[in-house]
Design a protein around this ligand. Structure first.
Ligand SMILES: *Cc1c(COP(=O)(O)O)cnc(C)c1O
Length: 496
């Protein structure tokens, strides 16, 4: 399998090259030149395989320049019993006759980012060994909260790597902030940005494409790479759990072989839902992709009208990992929907950079409307969904998954579609204890998140994940705060 860029289809690179580089030089994103396909029979047969075996089969279709031994080694190191609390890695919980919650947060940082970021460092190390001639890698991360911690945990003390994480100073939950500022490891660095996630993401993109920093780094025998979902090595592991969920439904006889399902995803940077779309390209039977947003509903507007317009207010919400106005991975979807038309991609994303807006053509709109449904909800609705799901179904949702369930219910009410639906559950409720407890038990007399988490545990009879309890006594190591326009200088300082 070879890879090209969404803005340069003339490229033909191996997966080791695209994983090492993260983003293409001209600013485009790497995509496979074709999608491998699995037959219905192959999907049925996969139901008998473990998660690790499924991962080997699916990821193996893409990373064809990895030997079987290299790939197996990477995957076995990632999805261990020590790191994932659930033995099935990504368990599926039946919520109602039509809705199944795919719990993707049983990894070490309690968010779905672990599904990819436990594997990426291993993929990157092998890739670097193939193509980087002994250079060491500097991983730059812009995070809306969960990627930062998951990347730090994945890359800490990985030989020949350094990792720098930037998070929006006021844009993450107290628990998320503590997770990052207390991170251990010799090769890690964390800084807060005065700005929102988009500022952090643009800053990181600027650093990536700055020739000056690139050369400074080269002199130190270092290169940049990315652990954000613009990196192909982040996306490909996410395809696996959609097949895993489908196989679980088959095994439990909830669906028949070949039966179509819906996939509902609480969306920010469009990585998770894109992985579902890629699973569909490979043969997963999907009826609709339901894209759920919070009050930052730019994707809802886009999917409903074909107009992407980021000239709008930015709202901090109780689902902070989705507080995003520039969804990077949408570029990959549009590239596919235009049937790989790099001219159109360059035109639209050029307009986005210049004016903050673009409109796709009729052909793409038609395809979007056919395959996708989009909706959003505000914080009040999010909390109401957490409350009713807890009282009526005895299931505790985090704020992001609640957005997804809320939008799913709106979809059901609007369309009457009773297709079995998988709802991607992206975080443990204990990562957002203040909002979740407020939703189920009203205002509290403290904002100490550990006390709130304990109350939530007492009330729901569920356990606080060990990884979060440990934070209580962990020492804060990182206190640096950087103005977003000073990120370049900050990075130079840190790398000296
Ligand atoms: C990152 C994240 C999302 C958004 O996922 P994308 O792949 O960026 O669309 C949703 N929920 C949680 C909890 C997250 O951490």
């Amino acid at each position: 399998m070879k890879y090209k860029s969404t803005r340069d289809t003339g490229l033909s690179l191996e997966s080791a090259e695209v994983i090492s580089a993260g983003i293409s030089k001209e600013g485009g994103l790497f995509v496979p030149e074709a999608f491998p396909s699995l037959s219905g029979k192959e999907i049925e047969e996969m139901a008998a395989l473990s998660y690790i075996q499924k991962a080997r089969k699916i990821i193996g279709c893409y990373l064809t320049d990895f030997s079987d031994a290299e790939l197996s080694d990477c995957i076995e190191k990632a999805y261990t019993a020590e790191k994932f609390v659930s033995s099935s890695i990504a368990p599926l919980v039946k919520l109602s006759d039509t809705a199944y919650i795919l719990e993707l947060w049983h990894g070490p940082t309690c968010a779905f980012k672990d599904m990819a970021l436990q594997l990426l460092p291993h993929l990157l190390t092998v890739s670097a060994g193939k193509v980087l001639n002994g250079k060491s890698i500097v991983i730059l991360v812009a995070t809306s909260g969960d990627t930062g911690k998951a990347a730090l945990e994945g890359f800490k003390d990985v030989p020949n790597t350094k990792i720098l994480v930037f998070y929006p100073s006021e844009g993450v939950s107290a628990m998320q902030k503590l997770q990052m500022t207390t991170q251990d490891g010799e090769n890690v660095h964390v800084a807060a940005i005065l700005g929102n996630f988009d500022d952090a993401q643009s800053g990181v993109k600027n650093i990536f494409t700055s020739e000056e920093i690139r050369q400074t780094l080269a002199r130190q025998n270092q290169v940049f790479s990315s652990a954000n979902s613009i990196n192909w090595g982040r996306l490909v592991p996410q395809i696996v759990y959609y097949f895993s969920a489908y196989c679980d439904l088959l095994r439990e006889k909830e669906i028949k072989a070949g039966e179509k399902i819906n996939v509902v995803v609480p969306t920010g940077n469009f990585g998770n839902i894109l992985a579902a779309y890629y699973a569909y390209k490979m043969g997963l039977p999907v009826h609709k992709f339901i894209c759920a947003s919070n009050k930052n509903n730019i994707l809802t507007d886009f999917i409903r009208t074909g107009v992407y317009d980021k000239n709008r207010p930015f709202y901090p919400t109780c689902s902070p990992s989705m507080d995003i106005l520039i969804s990077s991975n949408l570029e990959r979807l549009l590239f596919d929907l235009t049937e790989c038309d790099e001219k159109k991609i360059k035109q639209w994303f050029g307009e986005l950079a210049k004016t903050g807006a673009y409109e796709v053509d009729e052909f793409v709109k038609q395809k979007l409307f056919e395959l996708f449904y989009a909706g959003f909800c505000d914080d009040e609705e999010t909390k109401a969904t957490i409350r009713t799901t807890f009282t009526e179904e005895n299931y505790l949702l985090d704020t992001h998954t609640a957005v997804a369930l809320n939008v799913y219910r709106k979809y059901m009410a609007e369309t009457g579609d009773d297709t079995k639906s998988i709802i991607a559950s992206t975080a443990s409720p204990y990562k957002f204890p203040a909002s979740v407890l407020e939703a189920v038990a009203g205002n509290q007399d403290t904002d100490d998140e550990f006390i709130l988490a304990q109350r939530l545990s007492d009330l729901s009879g569920t356990q606080i994940p060990d990884a979060l309890i440990h934070l209580r006594s962990a020492k804060v190591r990182f206190t640096q705060v950087v103005a977003s326009e000073n990120m370049v200088e900050a990075v130079k300082g840190i790398l000296k």
